[in-house]
Design a protein around this ligand. Structure first.
Ligand code: BES
Ligand code: ZN
Ligand code: ZN
Length: 515
């Protein structure tokens, strides 16, 4: 979608097919009838009171999320600056939403849905308070994955979707253009992650992820982004026995992908990001039942987020933060070479693991990935992974489980998630439950919790492989986001269509960019 930001001047032309204008609901206490103000009042005047008339007729009250479409038929005489204007959408912002960006996102999303339903291709929106939210929401809510639909049913024409969005503001502050552009980059990064999750596992395999990573390039001559892909042999040399054990049962070669970003100038913080990249999880020899396997292409959602995030980072080029992003990409399959229940494997940190369940593969791939990341001496590590069905049992499928060893880091991620309207709820990591990580034959067992506190068990296991801070006995601050539920929405959400959500791209970018 093409988006642009423009300051209104006397000569601004409303020369698009549709115009969207917003207004607040009258406070209950005032009992006042709606009075139009700002641009809504001006346009109403230019249209000889048509907007006020329609609003009254339809009893439209500017409730949050409500909107009406006014069609301008040929009888309406338009002043020349509105040449080409055919539709006006008036949308409500509720009583006063200035503080709640998520309510605003909801209102904008429902307005954009109306525009899409009306097959509007070019839309001008006047929303001065937060124009970037309009662009971001428009891109997020207009998303669809239609690549494999051959039936362009009612011909391409009838599938018109919003293609061009112009947001008008009354004043333009110095940084406004950049904020607006970044919002578009972030929304597109989310959509890229969604695309990767939607793509079936016959397309998205470890090599495909590696290729997607290699495509990430910083603009111009900047060498700030580096992508390296390690093959199985090199992973073996590095001792990644846990990751490689999972990879053994697949005919697809595993890829250990590392994307780094280094800004010019002083580095205040080095953040490591790790995304689970199991491109298909059959369960391995501990085979999943058919129903549970159906959606297992989504088991690379964490790595899809990594690719979206690093793509955005390569374009935004934030200063002050260095990022190391890791994906240990593999399939989990049950061929003749597959790892077996009862096997004992050795992780990169030298610890041994008894594999009692080959379907608890994510934590094995992450064990080597987070340990490898630790060796880069980051100030903190954040992993996101479709790790446990148990997390879905605990929190349902719209909310991620947030865990870790550092409350401050968790709180900061929680704040970013709240700002972005991505639902995350903290789960504890009780020391007492570490008992269930113990094996009778090795240092650890990969699925020892026997159906209790499964999300924590996965988190605790990964936590064991977080390295120490340089020159200290203290663990590197680490947060773990279990996205098994919300990586895929089973129904339309406020500004996310049903399907791949792109979570937690926006939260993590918010977090990284707030440094
Ligand atoms: N990829 C699954 C978790 C999952 C389930 C993701 C549903 C998305 C939707 C993971 O590898 C897995 O199979 N976990 C097991 C762990 C168990 C064997 C300890 C699970 O949750 O059942
Ligand atoms: Zn599994
Ligand atoms: Zn899995």
């Amino acid at each position: 979608m093409k988006t642009s930001l423009e300051k209104i001047t006397k000569s601004t032309k409303i020369n698009s097919e549709a115009l969207a204008l917003s207004g607040y609901k009258a406070k209950k206490s005032t009992k006042k009838k709606i009075t139009l103000s700002g641009m809504l009042a001006e346009v109403n005047k230019d249209l000889k009171g048509l907007i006020a008339e329609t609003i009254e007729e339809e009893n439209f009250e500017f409730a949050a999320g409500s909107s009406i479409l006014i069609k301008l038929n040929s009888l309406v005489k338009l002043p020349p600056k509105y040449k080409g204007l055919k539709k006006i959408i008036v949308f409500g912002l509720g009583e006063d939403q200035k503080d709640d960006t998520n309510d605003l996102r909801k209102s904008v999303a429902s307005m954009i849905r109306k525009a899409n339903a009306a097959k509007i291709e070019k839309l001008i929106v006047h929303y001065p308070a937060a124009p970037e939210l309009v662009a971001e929401t428009a891109i997020l809510v207009s998303y669809e994955f239609t690549k494999y639909k051959t039936k362009k049913d009612d011909s391409k024409k009838s599938q018109k979707k919003l293609l061009e969005l112009k947001v008008l503001v009354d004043e333009m502050s110095a940084g406004a253009k950049k904020v607006f552009k970044n919002a578009q980059i972030i929304a597109e990064a989310t959509c890229q992650a969604r695309d990767l999750v939607w793509e079936p596992a016959c397309v998205v395999n470890p090599s495909y992820l590696a290729d997607e990573a290699r495509k990430i390039k910083a603009p111009g001559s900047s060498k700030s982004i580096k992508v390296t892909v390690k093959e199985a042999a090199e992973c073996k040399r590095l001792g990644m026995g846990a990751f490689l054990a999972v990879a053994r049962g697949s005919d697809q070669p595993p890829k250990f992908i590392e994307i780094t970003y280094k800004p010019t100038g002083k580095i205040k913080k080095h953040i490591a990001l790790v995304g689970k990249g199991v491109t298909f999880d059959s369960g391995g020899l501990s085979l999943k039942p058919s129903k549970a396997m159906e959606m297992m292409k989504e088991d690379m959602s964490g790595s899809a987020a990594i690719i979206g995030i690093m793509n955005a980072i390569s374009k935004i080029q934030p200063s002050g933060v260095e990022i190391t992003a890791i994906i240990a990409a593999t399939e989990n399959m049950p061929n003749g070479k597959a790892y077996k229940p009862g096997d004992v494997i050795t992780a990169m940190n030298g610890k041994t693991i008894e594999v009692n369940n080959t379907d608890a593969e994510g934590r094995l791939t992450l064990a080597d990935a987070v340990y490898y990341a630790s060796k880069k001496n980051p100030d903190e590590i954040i992993d996101f992974a479709t790790l446990t069905g148990a997390c879905m049992v605990a929190l349902g499928n719209i909310c991620a489980g947030l865990m870790g060893n550092d409350q401050e880091l968790i709180d900061r991620i929680k704040n970013s998630a709240e700002r972005q309207g991505e639902l995350m709820w903290q789960l504890p990591l009780y020391e007492e439950y570490k008992k269930s990580l113990k094996s009778s034959i090795a240092d650890y067992i990969n699925a020892g919790s026997k159906g209790k506190a499964g999300a924590q068990n996965g988190g605790l296991f990964v936590g064991e492989f977080i390295g120490k801070q340089k020159g200290s006995e203290k663990s590197i601050p680490w947060a773990h986001i279990d996205i098994a539920g919300p990586c895929w929405y089973d129904q339309d959400m406020d500004w996310s269509p049903k399907g791949a959500s792109g979570m937690p791209v926006r939260t993590i970018l918010d977090y990284v960019l707030s440094h």
